[in-house]
Ligand binder design. Structure first.
Ligand code: SF4
Length: 429
């Protein structure tokens, strides 16, 4: 019978994540005044609480279930398991460790996986090669991109982890939501067979209700962000992404948004901006630099540039009807899943994306867009120029495009980002 340490060793990178988050939180707590980086302080407290509990559950022997961030963690609440977000671990270790997770990108690259696939998956793929993870099962939708679909078979073919796939259709319409709802139910039942548990859909309903409450808070918060100056600091964006993909369906996620909303309301009343003065309002319709999130703070303080929204936080789904029958429940879950950050933008035609961007530019009084084109997101390669023209024609604002690797600083460095944005901002003044 394996002991607690051996059980805990099935998720060594999660322990690394816990340590790096604890150290960062301690630094913030000891060095910065209360007003310094509150979203990072609050976010770390809430995510740390969940990660600590998950590590304890792993030590007790509960099954380890890896999931793609496009599979909503609250749906896994029907099991007693340790849910590990594969992309979240790669990116947030990349953000918090001084040397990032480049070692693991190189390990999987040397093994033969193409360098131009997504660093969100390459980190955990490299860690799995080193046996730092031992998953009992992995679950993923066939979304949001080719890179995902081409990378996940590694876990099945090379590592022999049971891989459960929910087939997500391309079209976003009624019959697709019905179909994907059935896929969600089937895939959860299949996962249950693999880990030897019956899915408890009543327990999952409670998590969905909690997330309905989170959605209401998010709507209030995003209304406040429309104000000038924005009452939320840029660091909120990567931290809210972490909350969405790691702790959805937990009371900690609700607490995170309650605390952030309180903070935003106070700043809104006092017309306060975190960086002192807001000079430029930007929207990043794709991703931030997860290899170094300090860029967020630098933009606030050095350039007075607010990041109003990024890809992980401008999709607000309808509330899920949890009171009706099971078909209605899974229909709502499917609709939410297909409107999930990055899934919505990447898994349908680009017209809705352009429409959303134009609407957001107007609603949030944006001065510019900054479009980060990641080397791995090939499904989006043709969109930036179309968006740039649409924003110019419909709203009269410019867009800067920066090519990069979202998790690997070796492609476009932080310095290159700062130089490009500084020059771009000069053209706006
Ligand atoms: S859409 Fe891009 S960032 Fe998202 S998982 Fe796919 S390749 Fe990675």
């Amino acid at each position: 019978m394996p002991n607690k340490t051996e059980m805990g060793n099935r998720i060594i990178p999660y322990q690394m994540l816990l340590n790096s988050m604890s150290t960062t939180h301690e630094l913030i707590d000891k060095i910065l005044p209360d007003s310094g980086l509150p979203s990072l302080r609050i976010g770390l407290e809430e995510v740390l609480s969940v990660v600590r509990k998950d590590i304890e559950k792993a030590r007790e022997g509960l099954p380890i279930v890896g999931y793609h961030f496009a599979f909503q963690p609250e749906y896994l609440k029907c099991f007693d398991c340790v849910p590990i977000c594969i992309e979240g671990v790669s990116f947030f270790l990349g953000a918090l460790l001084l040397s990032g997770v480049e070692t693991y990108y190189d390990l999987i690259g040397n093994w033969g996986h193409p360098f131009h696939t997504c660093s969100a998956q390459k980190g955990v793929m490299g860690m799995s090669l080193e046996d730092l993870f031992k998953f009992d099962a992995i679950i993923t939708p066939t979304a949001p991109c080719d890179s995902t679909c081409a990378s996940y078979p590694f876990f099945k073919l090379q590592k022999k982890y049971p891989l459960i796939i929910a087939d997500m259709p391309f079209l976003h319409e009624e019959k697709s939501y019905k179909y994907y709802g059935e896929q969600l139910k089937l895939s959860l039942e299949e996962l249950g067979k693999v880990i030897g548990q019956e899915p408890d859909f009543e327990k999952m309903r409670n998590a969905l209700e909690l997330e309905n409450d989170v959605t209401k808070l998010k709507m209030e918060l995003f209304d406040l962000i429309k104000a000038v100056p924005s009452p939320i600091e840029n660091m909120f964006n990567p931290i809210s992404a972490a909350a969405t993909i790691f702790i959805s369906g937990t009371s900690e996620n609700l607490s995170f948004y309650q605390r952030m909303l309180e903070l935003a309301k106070n700043r809104y009343k006092n017309k306060e901006h975190h960086g002192g003065e807001e000079r430029v309002r930007s929207i990043w319709p794709y991703m931030l630099t997860f290899f170094d999130i300090s860029l967020c703070e630098w933009l606030d303080r050095e350039l007075g540039m607010s990041i109003l929204l990024d890809i992980f936080n401008y999709n607000l789904s309808d509330l899920i009807d949890t009171k009706s029958d099971s078909d209605t429940l899974f229909y709502g879950m499917a609709k939410k899943a297909m409107g999930w950050p990055m899934v919505k933008q990447s898994s349908e035609f680009y017209y809705p994306f352009l429409d959303d961007c134009i609407r957001m530019a107007k609603d949030f009084s944006a001065d510019c867009f900054i479009y980060t084109q990641s080397i791995a997101c090939k499904q989006f390669g043709a969109v930036p120029q179309l968006l740039r023209e649409a924003l110019h024609d419909e709203v009269g604002i410019p867009m800067l495009i920066i090519d990069f690797d979202v998790g690997d600083a070796r492609m476009t460095s932080l310095k290159a980002f700062k130089d490009k944005i500084t020059m771009f901002v000069q053209t706006l003044m």
